[in-house]
Ligand binder design. Structure first.
Ligand code: CU
Length: 689
């Protein structure tokens, strides 16, 4: 089904001004860009596979174009839009109450559609709930946390223009021999460090880059230069110009195919997945059915994508899952760097920064695509086409197999190929790109995988190579390895915290920690000296559900339904299977860590609360750590009730030369796995190819 936005009769697509500025900035930067020679395409892709549907078929369907227009009209009528000193930050579906969604069945009337509007008046942010169908404002409350909403398009535009009017900045770039048009300064979120002179000001810290000779300006920083801007007063508060490292050269920084010179990489022939009988999944609006799975999926401005009501064999597993926050602290204490401790989802917006996926390369040939409709700065809807893709993955792996070789009178070899279903979106948050995949397997496993790629943010240095002997102070002052001449890849972390509202066979669940315990054999009856077993305990309160992983004290973690057992009397559960995990090495009282205290544990379990969605708080921008998961989580009961699991994983990133000029994707993942959920292997009767 085609998106009505794409027909000539649909409303005009309006991009937020920030996007427009970035677009023009990129156009200028791209300067001499030439399209690469089109290669022979063996795989083809048809736009008629677009699946975005603008009807509201499910209570959790995202707001449609006509709903956005109705909200815009309602806000205008109530004088809540278009007012002086008014800024619209976001409009999203206000999820209906969970019990209403759970009771809803296909064919029932859709519960009242409400939108959550975040808008500031004279700098004071409000949360406004608009009843979309009845065109009335249901609530209008001031949001009172220490943080601010993400930067607006005007903030971007104004702050980027300020350095050009500031003489010390102009003098400084002249000393580098740079012209104004060769330099761009981008606003960075400043974090919060209790610095008195920053007080209660709304700030951005601009980092400056040289744009000539490359599209990859991130690799050409003017090191040590930071322009601190007061966003409310439209003025430069402070200019830091502390380091006079040379600007790293532009040779080798470009990653576009059109700029590469031979010899090229050995040719790999085009590859695609053939599905002569078509895909095995269906999408009705935003509801996906495939094999033994069904779920709802929608784009989201802040968190990128939301999976809801995932059921296997008609039994509920996950009410809702999404990236709750993404914390990226850089590990240097220098003046131009210490504040770079980003909370990307809440400070920038993963859905806002999602690019249209490129068919055949971002997603395989057999993918279907879903558009997103969001509201621009004046409330007018616009489309991000192909924001998500859904495809069946066959990577040549095996779902199960056995060949019988010990018994000579049997010739047995049974094998089943592993095919899974992937839901993907990619957020390009400035220099970094995050590939967020939800993979549904026929055996009931759900794998959440995040890939990180893009450009490593770098620090300029006078050091050209590591071959000369260096003073200890010089090495200590690097804060990361040399990844190219005069270019340091600064050490940092990526923490991804997922909100996983597991509802295993129903909403009332209990979290179980199964400790693996060593026992000594002391009876003398066996040559063995030791063995291990599992000792389970049920988390009664939030405190019991806070988990720090330790390889020396292995445990297994389950979400069970205490009122369901298998025919054998085993407790029906899903196991949370950690993949790569990391813990923060920062001091828990360090300012960034106070704001990202949700990363102090790898797992938290909290009672379900409709308002507790964002681990870093509602407005992480400059907040003081006074809102978010670590604040909500006290010692509430979590046994046999509706609970949410928060899972943090990610990477410690010590960059290396291979990360230059663009980083090969690294991935981290975790799984939820049925454990005594089914009576036996659920894919026993899977058909072979
Ligand atoms: Cu990294």
């Amino acid at each position: 089904m085609m998106n009505p936005l794409k027909t000539s009769h649909g409303p005009k697509r309006v991009l937020p001004a920030a996007t427009i500025i970035l677009f023009f900035a990129l156009l200028i930067l791209y300067g001499s860009y030439k399209q690469p020679e089109p290669g022979t395409k063996y795989a083809t892709w048809s736009k008629t596979w677009d699946v975005t549907d603008q009807r509201v078929l499910h209570p959790l369907d995202p707001l449609t174009t006509s709903e956005f227009l109705r909200i815009q009209e309602t806000l205008r009528n109530k004088k809540l839009l278009g007012r002086e000193k008014q800024v619209l930050h976001s409009i999203e579906l206000d999820d209906p109450e969970k019990h209403g969604v759970l009771q809803w069945e296909t064919g029932n009337p859709i519960p009242a559609r409400c939108a959550e509007v975040i808008s500031s008046y004279d700098g004071v942010p409000h949360r406004i709930i608009v009843d979309v169908d009845n065109r009335v404002v249901r609530e209008n409350t001031v949001i009172s946390t220490t943080g601010y909403p993400p930067l607006t398009s005007d903030d971007w535009k104004m702050s980027m223009q300020l350095p050009a009017t500031y003489q010390p900045f102009l003098d400084s770039i002249a000393r580098y021999g740079l012209r104004l048009e060769e330099v761009t300064c981008l606003p960075l979120s400043p974090g919060w460090f209790g610095v008195p002179e920053e007080g209660n000001r709304r700030l951005a810290k601009l980092g400056c880059f040289v744009t000539t000779g490359t599209t990859n300006f991130y690799l050409r920083p003017i090191e040590g230069m930071i322009v601190i801007v007061d966003l409310n007063e439209n003025k430069i508060l402070k200019f830091i110009d502390g380091n006079k490292s040379p600007i790293p050269k532009n040779e080798g920084t470009d990653y576009r195919l059109s700029t590469q010179k031979p010899p090229f990489f050995p040719r790999i022939n085009p590859i695609s997945i053939e599905q002569p009988l078509g895909p095995s999944f269906t999408i009705d609006g935003h509801h996906v059915k495939w094999a033994n799975w069904e779920f709802h999926v929608r784009p989201h401005l802040r968190v990128g994508s939301v999976i809801s009501q995932a059921k296997v064999d008609g039994r509920s597993v996950l009410y809702q899952g999404f990236v709750s926050e993404l914390y990226v602290p850089y590990q240097t204490a220098e003046e131009a760097w210490y504040f770079r401790t980003y909370l990307d989802a809440g400070e920038y917006g993963l859905g806002l920064l999602a690019h249209p996926l490129q068919p055949l390369n971002d997603c395989p040939q057999n993918a279907k695509y879903m558009d997103a409709v969001f509201a621009g700065p004046d409330g007018t809807p616009y489309t991000t086409p192909n924001m998500m893709c859904i495809f069946e993955r066959y990577a040549g792996n095996i779902a199960w197999q056995h060949a019988e070789s010990l018994s000579s009178d049997m010739e047995l070899h049974e094998v089943r190929p592993k095919v899974s279903l992937v839901v993907r979106m990619i957020a390009s948050v400035g220099n970094y790109d995050y590939i967020i995949d939800w993979e549904f397997q026929t055996d009931g496993v759900v794998r959440v995988e995040v890939g990180a790629t893009g450009v490593v943010i770098v620090k300029g240095t006078p050091i050209e190579t590591m071959k000369e002997k260096r003073m200890k102070e010089e090495l200590d002052g690097m804060y990361g390895p040399l990844i190219s001449e005069n270019t340091i890849g600064v050490i940092h972390d990526h923490f991804l915290t997922f909100h996983m509202d597991l509802d295993v066979d129903g909403p009332s669940n209990s979290f179980v920690v199964g400790e693996l315990v060593k026992h000594n054999v002391t009876t003398g009856e066996s040559p063995r000296k030791s063995y291990w077993s599992i000792e389970k305990r049920v988390a009664k309160t939030e405190e019991d559900g806070r988990i720090k992983f330790s390889p020396d004290h292995p445990s297994q973690y389950y979400m069970k339904n205490p009122s369901r057992t298998t025919r054998l009397g085993n407790e029906v559960s899903y196991r949370i299977v950690p993949g790569s995990f990391i813990g923060s090495l920062m001091d828990p009282n360090d300012f960034p860590q106070l704001r990202a205290a949700f990363t102090n544990n790898q797992m938290w379990v909290t009672p379900y609360n409709r308002s507790e969605k964002y681990a870093g708080g509602f407005f992480p921008y400059q907040n003081h750590g006074d809102d978010g998961l670590a604040i909500w989580s006290r010692n509430r009961p979590v046994e046999d009730t509706d609970v949410v699991l928060w899972y943090t994983f990610g990477f410690h990133h010590v960059p290396c030369q291979e990360d230059f000029p663009i980083m090969p994707t690294v991935t981290a993942s975790f799984e939820i796995k049925p454990t005594n959920f089914f009576e036996s292997n659920p894919i026993l009767k899977l058909q072979p190819n």
